[in-house]
Write a protein that binds this ligand. Structure first.
Ligand SMILES: Cc1cc2nc3c(=O)[nH]c(=O)nc-3n(C[C@H](O)[C@H](O)[C@H](O)COP(=O)(O)OP(=O)(O)OC[C@H]3O[C@@H](n4cnc5c(N)ncnc54)[C@H](O)[C@@H]3O)c2cc1C
Length: 456
């Protein structure tokens, strides 16, 4: 198809999730003419489907809960979680940008009081934010600041003059961008070919995340020689029902409240307090690639309605919570060979009672915090879940100012990227809440980098 230049602007942002809306808003607010292109018919992407947990340190909510935290401790935890693979310069910029993230959430009045500890955190640092309120606020602010928002407008490729990126090609025409292009097109959780290329061992994970997240930004930048980071570490998240719809957040991690994980044979197979990414890979190796979260009425009482990952009420409403008066009846409902579940629970309960050591070395509910709970008080419950490819935490190699880099570290002039399309932040594993914090922090960073080009 022949395209013609239909528009000229200063900056184009490709993808309207949290990173893209944030970048477009900040650019417009800083007086840069900007066009935001979104492939789907509405903004949101994976951000709108997410649980809304943001990892942040030294916040008023932590202070109220007497949690002592600091940017240094957050940084150390992320470096450790990444197993030495993450780019420390990126993490350093992420913690520096926290004040902007907090100020944005303040302005959107999107805080809740929920604060929790998650895998990789030395203290409770995961803050539950009303993510749709935040996205709605940013979209309204972006429009009123003058950003031009075009939905149902997929970007197809970059315009390149031999030295620098000059704009974006789309079916609706070319858009020239005098200052630069920001890729905020999300990850590749919906791209079978990229998942097969980078992580074929994760191929059985359930495809999930924003329907538009097919790795377009990666492909467009790779054509120009962009480097990649962390792509081989991408893993599914354990804890989603196999029938989950796209518009339903149905992740449950009852294991962090005390449940055990049982495979289809009725056996435990892992330390249930491990990261849901590590568990995702462990579950893929189990028969039928699934595992039941099994718990009793004590753990059932710990459900938090409306709180993503801990909301058993919603799972029950959806008809996905199995209940039985005895372990024998539960195992029959789950199709587990007779007597196996009871035997496994007996062994586990003796671990909890301190009679024997745990073969999987479980030492807490999550992050070494919380006492183990026996599976003892009827009725008993099970949630049968699979690993879902919710997000892909590797992607384009970027500098801390969001410039896209080639593998040798040189920059592709006037091409920037932020959010899940980028790699280098998470390394070998993932701390809950860092993906949304990263999207917001680096949406702002990208906008400030481009705005500085206007006024050197
Ligand atoms: C179920 C679920 C729960 C999650 N929970 C959490 C959580 O609690 N905390 C956390 O930190 N992270 C969580 N995540 C991950 C997090 O939501 C994402 O990493 C983050 O929202 C990514 O933001 P983004 O702006 O980079 O991308 P997205 O929000 O995915 O936005 C990308 C946008 O780009 C568009 N796009 C793609 N290609 C093109 C193109 N060619 N042209 C134009 N537009 C294009 C897409 O349609 C999409 O709208 C969760 C993810 C899922 C799926």
């Amino acid at each position: 198809m022949v395209t013609t230049t239909v528009r000229e602007t200063e900056a184009v942002v490709v993808g309207g999730g949290l990173a893209g809306i944030t970048a477009a808003h900040r650019l417009a607010a800083r007086g840069v003419r900007v066009v935001l292109l979104e492939k789907r018919d509405k903004l949101g992407g994976s951000s709108a489907m997410s649980g809304g947990w943001f990892a942040l340190s030294d916040t008023p909510i932590q202070h109220r809960a007497n949690v002592e935290d600091s940017a240094g401790s957050f940084l150390r935890d992320m470096v450790e979680t990444g197993g030495g693979y993450a780019d420390v310069a990126l993490l350093q910029r992420l913690v520096e940008r926290q004040s902007d993230v907090i100020a944005t959430i303040d302005r959107a009045s999107a805080w809740t009081d929920e604060l929790k500890v998650s895998w990789g955190m030395s203290v409770p640092r995961a803050h539950l934010i009303r993510i749709r309120d935040l996205l709605g606020f940013l979209e309204r602010e972006a429009a009123s600041a003058g950003a031009s928002i075009l939905t149902a407008h997929p970007a197809e490729s970059m315009m390149w003059d031999g030295a620098r990126v000059t704009g974006v090609r789309s079916q609706a025409g070319d858009i020239a961008a005098s200052l630069g292009v920001v890729l905020t097109s999300g990850g590749f959780s919906r791209s079978r070919d990229l998942l097969d290329l980078f992580v074929p061992h994760q191929a059985a994970a359930m495809p999930y995340g924003g329907a538009g997240n097919t790795g377009d930004g990666l492909r467009m930048a790779m054509v120009l020689g962009a480097g990649l980071a962390d792509v081989g570490h991408v893993a599914g998240t354990y804890g989603q029902h196999a029938d989950t719809r796209d518009d339903e957040h149905e992740l449950l991690t009852a294991n962090y409240l005390g449940a055990i994980l049982i495979n289809a044979n009725g056996d435990r197979f892992s330390d249930e307090s491990a990261s849901y990414k590590i568990l995702g890979s462990a579950v893929l190796d189990q028969p039928q690639g699934m595992a039941h979260q099994v718990f009793d009425s004590v753990v059932r009482g710990r459900s938090k309605p409306g709180v993503p990952l801990s909301d058993m009420e919603r799972i029950d409403e959806l008809g996905h919570l199995v209940q039985a008066p005895s372990l024998g009846a539960l195992e029959a409902k789950l199709g587990i060979p007779r007597g196996r579940l009871e035997r496994t629970v007996d062994v586990y309960n003796s671990v909890v009672a301190g009679i024997r050591a745990d073969q999987f070395h479980r030492n807490g509910l999550v992050a070494g915090v919380g006492d183990l709970v026996p599976v003892r008080v009827p009725p008993f419950y099970a949630y049968s879940a699979v690993p879902a490819m919710t997000s892909t935490y590797g992607g384009l190699k970027v500098a801390a100012d969001t410039s896209v880099q080639r593998m040798d570290g040189t920059r592709i002039d006037r091409l920037f990227a932020a959010g899940e399309v980028t790699g280098g932040f998470h390394g070998a594993s993932y701390m809950t809440g860092t993906a949304l914090t990263k999207a917001l922090a680096f949406g702002i960073e990208a906008a400030d980098t481009i705005a500085a080009l206007k006024r050197p």
